[in-house]
Design a binder for this molecule. Structure first.
Ligand code: DGJ
Length: 712
């Protein structure tokens, strides 16, 4: 049968007739209502001619690409049964699958494939069963995962199991991401020539340089135009995300866990299951993709109101002093903060980053009364309380290491793995180590009313099994969430080294970067929000001079930047002036007033004609209101810059546009502003705003102007 999944203007067609490995015929624009007859005609119309010097049947793009079916590119499944006679290695039948069963219900498809026995009627000592789950969400997002079960008599050593998705030949340009601490998710683009573009992550976490989202599209695609296919692997460990074009004209995108030799060995009856590959198609560039992905994630992880928070890290670092932190909490509450998060430095002996990880016990010398006094004060001020932890890690200078050096995640030799930020990882797949950490964290959560954990992870693993460690970390999060169902968790990993949909199945926020430099943050937000909805993305108002770059920015730019996302403050507010605190109050109340829109609307990003100027914003789902930010990331190219066009509005609605003052107005250099500015706003249709736009004051570099639009 040919299966057709349709939702939100997207079609996915899979040819599962007969017993061959099913072929994906289409993933893209909606093809309309089609019966089996029409689908068969469609499938026939897509079957290629057979060329000379090729396999003698049409080469189609199978859901598991395998050499046995004529595919000489990267295979979807690779591995071998240990002990297989050398004479049959390489022609082993793992490379040869047939369809046993298909289940199709609504937008869900399940395929069961099995290996073909070597000789008819003989027991298959090397049998495998593979299952593929394919789901289309209401937003047209397709996610698929595979599993493989060893039904043979010897151990099956899995090399790779990748989910793949064909992309049409016209998708010749690729976009993915790289980065470093604290400059994550920097875009990189190039043409997809014949060959494989592969992004391997061996950090034991996706990494600061994670590929994040791999997008293939029609050349020149942008935020609002171009036909694109985007894929993300929902996994927090080692992984590879790749795109491949073959000289046959076929191209595909694939991803899977990066499995080290011998890391996944399946005994008879054991199953390995891959992470989800999450993919979406868009005819309207990256914003169309983001809209689908955001809707998908929002449906899976609905969030409550995102509390405005203060995080103590850049305010006090390790200098934990009750009097100082109490003053900070009081000042925070006075500007409207709703959650106070005590960052690193509270555990016994944790005076710097060289010790005490793994001992999740409150330092009695800094906190004679435990955290109770601080938490009571925080609660008394009307805020809830959050705490920093780094459960996967251990310092050599710690009680737990002294008692159990064997719990360290090791490379299997006598020496400790290379230290990183002066720390080691605990082997959480060791049940005793796992129980120890779970016990200590549970004790903390039982003793203190902790609403929120900032869950940090500050090193590449560089040893042990990233596969087992990632699963154990997920288990630990799941266990704590099961014990404390209202607990919120933030995923932080030296900033943004673990931002993925795997961790977001069990966390409520990610920390996209350690930089609070607003200029850096503009670009990090712009691209991280291409996958993750803004309400999951922490963003903090930092100090006037950014700690990670030494760059100074005016308060209005910092406030405008920290409005878009799950907002917070990471600055010693006790050093802020009254004028600054007043401005923060205005911003905080704007955030509270507008967060329903900011955290549910449709993301808009646009390139300006002037490369120094960027636009981003959120338009309400019903298009009745919007908030935009016009940002100058450098000195503008043009002296009288062209109007800014505001996409995403309803063309037939009329909007009142007004500028929002956050502290001071952004700095300008002009003899006279545009006339609408003098009149305190302007009323224009969505069509005019989208097509012609609106002139802007002449903003100096590194400024942002926030605009509120309301349909009248
Ligand atoms: C790295 C994080 O990204 C920071 O925000 C902070 O929590 C430090 N770790 C604490 O050690």
């Amino acid at each position: 049968m040919i299966h057709h999944l349709r939702a939100a203007g997207t079609s996915f067609v899979l040819d599962a007739r007969g017993t061959a490995v099913p072929a994906v015929i289409h993933f893209g624009a909606d093809l309309g209502e089609l019966d089996q007859h029409a689908l068969q005609n469609l499938a026939e119309a897509q079957r290629p001619a057979i060329g000379p010097s090729s396999i003698d049947s049409p080469l189609t793009q199978r859901i598991v690409p395998l050499m046995a079916d004529g595919w000489s590119g990267r295979p979807g499944l690779a591995g071998y049964h240990e002990g297989t006679p050398i004479s049959t290695l390489g022609v082993q039948h793992t490379a040869s699958l047939r369809l046993r069963e298909t289940r199709h219900a609504g937008l869900n498809l399940s395929l069961v494939l099995e290996t073909i026995p070597p000789v008819v009627g003989e027991p298959d000592a090397t049998a495998l069963v593979a299952e593929i789950d394919i789901e289309m969400s209401a937003q047209g997002v397709v996610r698929q995962r595979l599993s493989v079960r060893n039904e043979g008599s010897s151990v099956y050593s899995l090399a790779s199991l990748d989910a793949t998705l064909p992309v049409p030949a016209r998708a010749r340009e690729l976009l993915d991401f790289t980065g470093r601490w604290p400059r994550e998710r920097q875009p990189q683009r190039h043409d997809l020539g014949v060959g494989t573009w592969t992004r391997d992550s061996r950090h034991g976490r996706p990494g600061h340089d994670a590929a994040f989202l791999l997008v293939a599209g029609t050349p020149g695609f942008g935020f609002r135009h171009g036909e694109i296919w985007g894929s993300h692997l929902a996994w927090s460990g080692d992984q590879r995300l790749w795109a491949e074009a073959s000289a046959t004209g076929h191209s595909l995108v694939g991803a899977g866990e990066l499995i080290e030799p011998g890391e996944v060995r399946l005994a008879t009856g054991e199953t390995y299951r891959s992470p989800w590959l999450v993919s979406a198609w868009s005819a309207n560039g990256l914003d169309g993709l983001a809209e689908r992905l955001h809707g998908f994630l929002r449906s899976k992880r609905p969030l409550g109101e995102r509390k405005l928070m203060l995080n103590t890290w850049e305010a006090v670092y390790f200098d934990h002093d009750l009097a100082k932190l109490t003053r900070l909490a009081e000042t925070a509450a006075s500007v409207g903060v709703e959650r106070f998060v005590l960052d690193d430095g509270w555990m016994t002996g944790r005076t710097d980053d060289r010790r005490a990880l793994g001992d999740w016990v409150v330092d009695a010398s800094k906190w004679p009364d435990g955290l109770h006094t601080l938490i009571e004060r925080v609660h008394g001020l009307g805020m809830d309380f959050g705490l920093w932890v780094e459960p996967e890690m251990v310092s050599v200078d710690s009680d737990v290491f002294r008692a159990h050096p064997e719990w360290v995640l090791s490379a299997g030799n006598a020496e400790l793995p290379q230290s990183w930020r002066f720390q080691q990882a605990l082997d959480l797949s060791n049940p005793e180590a796992f129980a120890h950490v779970l016990g200590q964290l549970s004790a903390l959560l039982d003793e203190y009313p902790i609403a929120y954990l900032k869950w940090d992870q500050n090193r590449d693993l560089l040893g042990g099994s990233a596969h087992r460690q990632t699963l154990a970390c997920y288990r630990l999060m799941d266990a704590l969430r099961a014990q404390h169902p209202t607990l919120e968790i933030e995923s932080c990993s030296s900033g943004g080294a673990r931002v993925d949909l795997g961790v977001l199945e069990r966390t409520d926020r990610v920390w996209p970067s350690d930089t609070n430099d607003s200029l850096e943050r503009q670009s990090i937000y712009r691209y991280t929000a291409g996958l993750v909805p803004p309400e999951f993305l922490g963003v903090h108002l930092g100090a006037p001079t950014a700690h990670t770059t030494g760059r100074s920015h005016e308060l209005s730019f910092r406030l405008a930047t920290a409005l878009f996302g799950h907002a917070g403050i990471e600055w010693d507010l006790t050093t802020a002036s009254e004028t600054e605190l007043d401005a923060i109050r205005v911003w905080a109340s704007l955030y509270r007033e507008q967060r329903a829109l900011l955290h549910s609307g449709v993301l808009v990003r646009a390139d300006d004609v002037d490369p120094a100027r960027q636009l981003h914003g959120i338009v309400a789902a019903d298009a009745m209101a919007a908030i935009f930010s016009v940002v100058t990331v450098a000195a503008t190219r043009d002296s009288a810059v062209a109007p800014v066009r505001f996409p995403g509005l309803h063309p037939d609605l009329v909007y009142r546009v007004r500028a929002v003052k956050l502290g001071e107005w952004p700095r300008v250099l002009q003899d006279a502003p545009p006339p609408w500015w003098v009149h305190g706003g302007v009323t224009l249709s969505g069509r005019v705003l989208g097509e012609l736009g609106l002139t802007m004051p002449l903003l100096l570099p590194e400024q942002a102007l926030v605009l509120h639009l309301a349909a009248v």
